[in-house]
Write a protein that binds this ligand. Structure first.
Ligand SMILES: [Zn+2]
Ligand SMILES: [Zn+2]
Length: 130
């Protein structure tokens, strides 16, 4: 199989590099000089961190943008609030914990009896798969 062959080639190459002392794991001269020059992969995180810090400082980091829920006045980080709060806010007019959705026509409802009566298996938009 092509995949196995490729893996084997990569393994052989890695073994050869270890033998020659040029494998990444051994931290060859190239790696060391990269670390010194600050361009090594491992230092990539540092640059990212500094950028995040700078963005935090000027308030542009997504996690630092604070939003207030218009329904319950809860304040939190924008991304968190978006992900965990708005759709689930109990004060929100669109929050229905028992909301069920017909998979055929996307109609939503809280009345299970009606939903099952007119939708799901009885939905007129249900695509019958012959
Ligand atoms: Zn809320
Ligand atoms: Zn339906």
């Amino acid at each position: 199989m092509y995949g196995d062959e490729f893996k084997e080639m990569a393994r052989q190459r890695a073994l050869k590099m270890i033998e020659e002392g040029t494998h990444n794991m051994l931290g060859g001269e190239i790696q060391r000089s990269r670390v010194k020059a600050g361009t090594h992969n491992f230092l990539g995180g540092k640059i990212q961190r500094e950028m995040n810090l700078r963005r935090s400082a000027d308030g542009t980091h997504p996690n630092k943008i604070q939003v207030t829920c218009p329904f319950c006045n809860k304040t939190g980080g924008k991304s968190n609030m978006k992900r965990y709060h708005f759709d689930k806010c109990k004060n929100s007019p669109t929050y229905f914990p028992n909301l069920i959705k017909c998979p055929h026509c996307d109609v939503t409802g809280v009345n299970q009896y009606n939903m099952y009566r007119w939708h799901f298996d009885n939905c007129k938009y249900k695509i019958i798969d012959f």
